[in-house]
Design a protein around this ligand. Structure first.
Ligand SMILES: [Zn+2]
Length: 258
């Protein structure tokens, strides 16, 4: 019986992740364009025809339509199914680590916000304030109601996260004479810090820098990007945060073991 409940729960959570992922796609497209995320209903960005509910099923519709709009036959961006799948998988991985707990609930909400930010940053090189600023406040308020993070830890997380990026951004702009990290990244790091606390935000940022540097070297060596191109840092902060969210405790233990 316990086993069956577990399977049903996993199924519902995975499905919820896919559905929220579908809504995330709407947010990723509309927030940077200052459009309402509720109205009008989903439409094809190319021919503007409305998308019927049967063509709006996460993942499945993309496969059935073979990645093309039913009306104009233009290609639908691969980003749509990728975000949906990523969202569903993220929900399941968080549940796998944290089980039935308040942490799972809070972290899946946070992860959905972070997925939206990551893709907006990848597409437009901006971290939208409309998500990061409320995110800082929500993360801080929640810390009063949960036992796994104290409000002191949350506020330190905001200060340490935002502070590290601010100082590095400042140093970068002095050394390289161009903006290396924007205010958007400062607010993003502060938001993650509010949810994870000061220790985990340090781990998150460290991983972010490491992964960002690796990706930068790879993109430049493979000539996909040149030295002059801007590689957004937000997605790496977010990737670092996810890794920390899942294995932060183990990473800190491993590091202290040296
Ligand atoms: Zn179309």
């Amino acid at each position: 019986m316990v086993y069956e409940t577990e399977i049903i729960l996993i199924f519902i959570l995975g499905l919820l992740g896919l559905i929220v992922g579908s809504f995330s796609n709407v947010c990723i497209y509309r927030i940077p364009r200052n459009e309402s995320i509720i109205y009008p209903a989903s439409h094809c960005p190319k021919c503007h025809s409305n998308i019927s509910p049967k063509d709006n099923i996460p993942l499945l519709s993309y496969i059935l339509l073979k990645g093309r709009c039913r009306n104009c036959k233009n290609k639908i961006s691969l980003q749509y199914p990728v975000v949906e799948l990523l969202s569903g998988l993220t929900y399941l991985i968080i549940y796998w680590i944290y089980g039935v707990s308040i942490q799972t609930l809070i972290y899946i909400i946070m992860s959905s916000a972070l997925i939206v930010i990551a893709f907006i940053d990848l597409n437009q090189q901006i971290v939208p304030d409309v998500i990061s600023l409320p995110g800082i406040v929500i993360g801080f308020i929640l810390s009063f109601f949960v036992s796994y993070i104290s409000f002191v830890d949350s506020i330190l997380g905001i200060a340490v996260g935002g502070g590290i990026i601010f100082v590095i951004g400042l140093a970068g702009s002095v050394i390289f004479k161009k903006e290396a990290m924007g205010g958007g990244d400062v607010k993003l790091a502060a938001m993650v810090g509010a949810f994870l606390g000061w220790k985990y935000i340090i781990v998150s940022l460290f991983l972010g820098f490491f992964l960002g540097a690796l990706a930068g070297i790879f993109l430049i060596l493979s000539k996909i990007k040149s030295r002059e191109d801007v590689i957004p840092f937000g997605p790496f902060i977010i990737l670092g945060s996810f890794i920390t969210l899942l294995w932060g405790e183990k990473i800190i233990a491993w590091y202290l073991g040296f």
